[in-house]
Ligand binder design. Sequence first.
Ligand SMILES: NC(=O)C1=CN([C@@H]2O[C@H](COP(=O)(O)OP(=O)(O)OC[C@H]3O[C@@H](n4cnc5c(N)ncnc54)[C@H](OP(=O)(O)O)[C@@H]3O)[C@@H](O)[C@H]2O)C=CC1
Ligand SMILES: C[C@H](O)[C@@H]1OC(=O)[C@H](O)[C@@H]1O
Length: 253
Amino acid sequence: MLLQGKTVLITGGSQGIGRAAAIDCARAGADVAINYLGDEGEAAEVVAAITALGRRAIAVRSDVADPEAAPAFVQAAVAALGGVDVFVSNAGICPFHAFLDMPVDVLERTMRVNLHGAYFMVQAAAQRMVEQGRGGAIIAVSSISALVGGEYQTHYTPTKAGVHSLMQSCAIALGRHGIRCNSVLPGTIQTAINQDDLADPEKRARMAARIPLGRLGVPEDLAGPIVFLASDMARYVTGAALLVDGGAFVNLQ
Ligand SMILES: NC(=O)C1=CN([C@@H]2O[C@H](COP(=O)(O)OP(=O)(O)OC[C@H]3O[C@@H](n4cnc5c(N)ncnc54)[C@H](OP(=O)(O)O)[C@@H]3O)[C@@H](O)[C@H]2O)C=CC1
Ligand SMILES: C[C@H](O)[C@@H]1OC(=O)[C@H](O)[C@@H]1O
């Protein structure tokens, strides 16, 4: 099994992409700690699903935007599961809004959760990995939006470009410790984050029409690429960005 004996930490693991990644990491042999913010019931379901696979799991409720949350999450995972081998920085929000009247609080919250939150969490995980002295793998969930714009995502796309850039710089800073840092760039994946946006049938059809593989993504489409980057199969891969978008990005005409 690709992640046998590893401990994986995932932020935003209670639903969507984080949930699918948490369960597939467990299926690949890992014990898993998830962080989440809102629904305790959903987090408990993920823990139950992982336990049913014969792996250990914990859920820690905290806001990734809070700098104190990062060391606390890592410490809780170490206390319960024994260490940190893989860290997946996934938690994120995308409150769609027009540019010209963007409220300051929406802009700042999006930056704090998506970018500052990723920074604090990745830093705390890396500190622990360096202390352990056995290397590790860090994967950030960036986006196709790191490479292309969105009319109602002017506050969001810079955070995703930032997360991608964070992984590139961390690959350099942490390479000497045997810690690999990569990002995945999902296209449009049907989750709670875009439920309202994709409720417009015309927009949904337009988004799907530009995807060569012929459909929008589902969270499970990200799980395989994340497990791969977490595993020793990717042992010489660092500083890379893996588009997981059904081909949407390359489809100009
Ligand atoms: N869906 C898509 O099309 C794409 C998504 N992405 C990225 O994937 C990541 C996951 O998104 P997705 O699965 O779609 O979204 P979901 O809304 O389904 O899941 C988001 C997860 O993040 C958690 N979360 C949100 N805010 C915080 C916070 N402040 N602190 C801790 N946890 C938090 C949520 O917890 P809770 O539910 O408890 O609040 C939930 O577990 C995001 O970074 C997003 O930007 C990238 C490209 C495309
Ligand atoms: C939330 C969006 O639907 C989703 O998030 C992204 O990062 C991409 O822009 C997707 O379209």
